[in-house]
Design a protein around this ligand. Structure first.
Ligand SMILES: Cc1cc2nc3c(=O)[nH]c(=O)nc-3n(C[C@H](O)[C@H](O)[C@H](O)COP(=O)(O)O)c2cc1C
Length: 366
């Protein structure tokens, strides 16, 4: 029987130590519903279990240490209560037949001093304040002035990533995704606008890539390469990072990552991922060609574009953000052509069950 493009999305594929049953992944989505100490909310188990038909669930960004937190009510993965809280969530996902990776996060300079631990200045590659906002207990606020990390502190952060990885494994995650995208700490090291260091972490593309690669290598040392993915945003300018020549640094970084044979590489391609007819598409292509493993594409993919790009071999899977948030049964909706629920932006960040666990299934489901 000839496969239609949509059926292409439902062919299982090996990805690291897992076999994913389909190519429709859930993108990491911060929802700001955790307790102030970083312990996830119990209802989060229902939220992720509802979406367990994803080929892979990637958790919301989860801080690896106290200063890694930049917004209110985001979860952590470094304390016993975090491990316990996440264990209930991964158990619920596995009971529902799903797979879930933990996105490991340090916000770097995207932090306000009023966020717990209160009064602590943000840390960053260099003492350069971002032109960006974060969400505090009093609403949106400009991020605070950061201080530059010392070499000892950099070593400690690498160890904190390793500790968080051990916690994620103890909590029953199937693997971890290193968040090196969207202008957070690791991405701040990559970009010259946020990294003016004159030591081995700044200047050349090799030096600016060093922190991300050290973190990856340390995590691989902990759990092996086949449980580790990484997210990059080569074209992204989120949180005030710009790059004049993204091809140079990201080609080098991706080629280095390729040697590590990680479970997957995940790109935020754009917020309008369907448009490939522009200059950005050429830049992405030239960077992506350095990667030979499983590739996850993200950015405004719908069913038609996902099927087309998987079928053509551009990507092995797509990660879907807003439409997965609003449609717990997104893969089957794509397969059957069912109409999609519209995402409600007012309930994206913070709140309770509304806009979280109450989006309806297309058919009678969980
Ligand atoms: C509510 C919301 C929260 C997000 N949180 C994260 C996050 O925690 N980590 C991350 O890497 N990206 C995050 N993103 C970006 C998404 O993962 C994704 O890149 C973006 O929504 C584009 O994909 P889409 O067009 O399928 O929605 C978030 C986006 C939204 C809308």
């Amino acid at each position: 029987m000839a496969t239609t493009p949509l059926q292409t999305l439902f062919r299982p594929h090996k990805m690291g130590h897992l076999t994913v049953p389909n190519r429709v992944f859930m993108a990491p989505l911060t929802r700001n519903r955790a307790h102030d100490d970083g312990t996830p909310w119990s209802t989060t188990a229902t939220y992720y279990a509802q979406r367990a038909s994803a080929g892979l669930l990637i958790s919301e960004a989860t801080q690896i240490n106290p200063l890694g937190k930049g917004y209110i009510k985001t979860p952590g993965i470094y304390a016993d209560s975090h491990v316990e809280g996440w264990k209930a969530i991964t158990d619920a996902v596995h009971a529902a037949g799903g797979r879930i990776y933990c996105q490991l996060w340090h916000v770097g300079r995207i932090r306000h001093v009023d966020i717990e631990p209160k009064g602590e200045q943000p840390v960053a590659p260099s003492a350069i304040r971002a032109n960006a906002k974060t969400f505090t207990h009093d609403g949106f606020a400009d991020v605070s002035e950061p201080r530059a990390l010392s070499l000892d502190e950099i070593d400690q952060i690498v160890e904190d990533f390793a500790h968080a990885t051990r916690c994620a494994m103890a909590a029953g995650f199937d693997g971890v995704e290193v968040h090196s995208a969207n202008g957070y700490l690791l991405d701040q090291f990559l970009h010259s606008a946020s990294n003016r260091r004159d030591d081995e972490y700044g200047g050349s593309i090799e030096n600016r890539s060093r922190m991300t690669l050290r973190v990856v290598d340390r995590i691989v040392q902990e759990i092996g390469s086949d449980r580790v993915g990484i997210r990059l945003s080569p074209l992204g300018e989120a949180n005030d990072v710009q790059e004049d020549d993204p091809t140079a640094i990201f080609s080098y970084l991706v080629a280095e990552l390729d040697k590590r044979e990680l479970a997957y590489l995940h790109f935020v391609e754009s917020f309008a991922g369907a448009d490939r007819s522009n200059e950005n598409a050429e830049v992405l292509k030239s960077i992506r060609q350095h990667w030979n493993g499983f590739y996850v594409a993200n950015g405004a993919y719908d069913a038609e574009y996902a099927a087309k790009y998987v079928d053509e071999g551009w990507c092995h899977a797509v990660a879907v953000g807003r439409d997965f948030l609003a449609n717990p049964d997104l893969p089957s909706r794509w397969l059957t052509g069912a109409e999609l629920n519209a995402p409600d932006q007012d309930t994206f960040y913070g709140g309770g069950e509304e806009g979280y666990t109450d989006y309806p299934f297309a058919t009678l489901g969980r």
